[in-house]
Design a protein around this ligand. Structure first.
Ligand code: T1G
Length: 661
């Protein structure tokens, strides 16, 4: 029998007396107006079709339903609305079973929750990630999920927005079964349901016997991670209300909250981040460049950065050759990599078998000639131009002609490193952030001579690591460190003018940064920036304003957390304000005859944001960054800028009509 179309993206066919409805709306089967109207039409059709005893709902391709169409947010609503479609499914007179073939997210999960049964395929996942978009589920998720899996698990999932895979979904009671052919199994389940009273999720009473302490603990865990955001707390309130409100009241409260949050600045910011993250790895005109297959990755240098990169590559299925200068150093590198893998095992990110497989794909060596097998070489040695150019010259003669050479330099000019090779078109920058096996962000540096195919391969490689690539051009410090330096400089100007480190940090933390800039500097250690300042001293513009406070601290042996003292003191490891630091700051101010004045938190933030935005604007003008959103993505994922503010460029654009403090 031919497929019956119900709209451009919804069609169905009868199989064994069951109407199998397929949503085919690439790329992720989002619930656009066309899908919603197609679903309604299919339901109408089956309601009066005697030949069909039930419905099975599934997605074409690798996704079940990726959720509401985020691109429709902010546009005039088009009927039918999703809650209507979902209520129709739940109330339907014949069984409706979801064959969850892939991700069921947001509205997609809500559709699945309203079905009378759920069969999951091996690649299925369920999640209500709405809080990550600054909203709460808007089509019954907060009311139906707790009815199926209880309050504690629902608070965890909805409050964090995390998705669960097949095994956890079954354990939580979200799925009735797993099948390699979920549609076939869903048809069988639909037959079992026929003629029996249907399980309507909305009428289930929320399991009552839950431990109130466990509910509070789940709530506290979510709130601890959602500093400055309102959606997670609102989502928890709605989930908890299922104990008191009936479905209708609960749905009305949920919808009102959803509509209010959808129009909030928090949601606008997070939606911007969603699309900016997906745009950041794209380069105009690059689609056509075919990327090279990268299976074997060589990592040169197995310090903190190199071993982190090796773990990231191993964990995503690559073979890794780690090169060190001696056998002893190679053995040390191997131990570091194994330790990091063990840590992933302990935190549940890796299974024991997974760890063993990773180790089996790792080769450590002191023989550069072993790198002949590598498709990509990532250099992570000491950040010194001579060391790096020597290394690239040597590697150039060893690796295959089609191998890509990448440098992980933070501040050096990758064009100068590339110039040491015969073929600089195969050189690219891959600036990982530490710890490289954890941090998602990678700045992919498109050097002056990088071939399009090499850039495309590097981007595909980074995406394959499960990381977030942002393309940038060459400048000292690329996007992130350039902006970080600018705002650090501004913070130090304010210190000299009268603010204290703890006041600046408090303003940043109140804005939503997990940690203020001085606390961050202490964590990272002050010595690297000190060494750089000393190197730059001879060439520094004598007319430019220079703040010596950090130098004075370093000279006094205050090198940050590791040395027990920096911008703060750390007795027993705890960050505390140190009067000695205040005295150093006051002495520097006095020496320059600066009359100290006070700063409000709003003024501190306004000046720091302006410093970031001015530098960002210059990077855009120079073509180092392609889009303002790329800068936002870097600052959010590499430097703790709160995602719910959208990044510095977005925040500035939003506030451009407001007077500065
Ligand atoms: N709406 C519109 N476009 C979307 C989309 C969506 N929900 N999800 C993805 N895209 C686009 C994305 O911009 C990209 O476009 C392409 O699809 C591939 O995405 C009522 C209110 C499903 C796990 O938050 O998590 O439901 O860049 O690169 O790695 O309560 O996309 O190619 O032009 O990410 O294979 C809740 C968001 C919505 C899910 C697939 N749903 N999506 O990952 O591909 S709110 C979400 C994802 C909601 C209800 C509420 C992932 C994915 P382009 P991709 P992927």
């Amino acid at each position: 029998m031919a497929d019956i179309p119900f709209s451009k993206s919804v069609s169905a066919r009868l199989r064994d007396g069951v109407f199998v409805v397929v949503i085919d709306n690439p790329p992720v089967n989002a619930l656009s107006a066309d899908v919603r109207s197609g679903l309604m039409a299919a339901l109408d059709h089956v309601a009066s079709l005697d030949a069909a005893t039930a419905i099975v709902l599934t997605g074409a391709g690798s996704t079940f339903i990726g959720g509401a169409d985020i691109k429709e947010f902010g546009k005039p609503p088009v009927e039918p609305m999703l809650p209507e479609v979902i209520e129709r499914i739940e109330a339907f007179g014949k069984p409706v079973v979801a064959a969850v073939n892939g991700a069921a997210l947001g509205g997609g999960c809500e559709v699945a929750l309203a079905c009378h049964g759920r069969i999951v395929g091996e690649e299925a996942s369920f999640g209500l990630p709405e809080v990550k978009l600054g909203i709460v589920p808007g089509a019954g998720g907060t009311q139906r999920l707790p009815r199926l899996i209880g309050l504690v698990a629902a608070i965890d999932l909805i409050g964090s927005g995390r998705a669960v895979k097949t095994g956890e979904a079954v354990a939580l009671g979200l799925a009735d079964g797993i099948a390699t052919d979920p549609v076939g199994a869903a048809i069988a389940l639909a037959h079992e349901f026929t003629g029996k009273p249907l399980r309507r999720t909305g009428v289930i009473c929320v399991p009552p016997a839950e431990d109130p302490a466990a509910v509070s603990a789940a709530e506290a865990k979510v709130l601890a991670k959602s500093r400055g955001q309102s959606a997670p707390a609102e989502a928890i309130r709605l989930v908890k209300a299922t104990g008191e409100l009936d479905l209708r009241q609960g749905l009305a409260e949920e919808r009102a909250t959803f509509l209010r949050l959808r129009d909030s600045s928090e949601s606008a910011a997070l939606r911007h981040v969603f699309f900016a993250e997906r745009a950041a790895g794209k380069v105009e005109g690059l689609d056509k460049a075919s990327s090279r297959r990268i299976q074997t990755v060589a990592v040169v240098g197995t310090g903190l950065m190199g071993s982190g990169i090796a773990v990231a590559a191993l964990s995503s299925g690559h073979s890794v050759i780690a090169l060190e200068q001696s056998q002893e150093a190679a053995a040390g590198g191997k131990a570091r990599i194994a330790q990091t893998l063990d840590k992933s095992l302990r935190s549940g990110r890796l299974t024991a078998d997974g760890r063993d497989e990773c180790l089996a794909r790792l080769q450590t060596t002191a023989e550069a000639e072993d790198l002949v097998k590598a498709d990509l070489v990532i250099e992570a040695v000491f950040d010194d131009l001579t060391v790096k150019t020597d290394l690239f010259r040597r590697l150039d003669g060893i690796v295959r002609a089609d191998a890509i050479l990448a440098t992980n330099t933070s501040y050096l000019n990758p064009d100068a490193i590339a110039a040491a090779t015969v073929d600089p078109s195969r050189v690219v920058g891959l600036h990982f952030f530490s710890p490289a096996n954890v941090m998602r962000l990678v700045e992919v540096v498109d050097c002056a001579k990088t071939a399009p195919e090499v850039l495309a391969s590097a981007l595909a490689f980074v995406k394959g690591l499960g990381k977030l690539p942002v393309v940038c051009g060459v400048t000292e410090g690329f996007i992130g460190n350039t902006i970080f330096s600018a705002y650090r400089r501004e913070a130090e100007f304010m210190l000299e003018d009268g603010a204290l480190p703890q006041e600046i940090d408090a303003a940043l933390e109140a804005y939503g940064f997990p940690m203020g800039i001085f606390a961050v500097n202490d964590m990272a250690g002050l010595e690297i920036a000190w060494a750089r300042r000393k190197r730059q001293a001879a060439t520094r513009d004598p007319a430019a304003r220079y703040v010596e406070i950090a130098d004075r601290l370093c000279e006094a042996g205050r090198l940050g957390h590791k040395s027990g003292r920096g911008w703060y003191a750390y007795p027993d490891g705890k960050r505390t304000i140190d009067p000695e630091v205040t005295a150093v700051i006051e002495a520097v101010r006095a020496a320059k005859n600066i009359a100290s004045r006070s700063f409000t938190p709003a003024e501190i933030m306004s000046r720091l944001l302006k410093a970031m935005v001015d530098e960002g604007t210059a990077l855009l003008a120079d073509g180092v960054a392609a889009r303002p959103g790329d800068i936002d993505v870097v600052m959010i994922n590499g430097y703790g800028f709160p995602a719910h503010r959208g990044g510095p460029m977005f925040a500035a654009e939003q506030n451009k009509d407001q007077p500065h403090a």
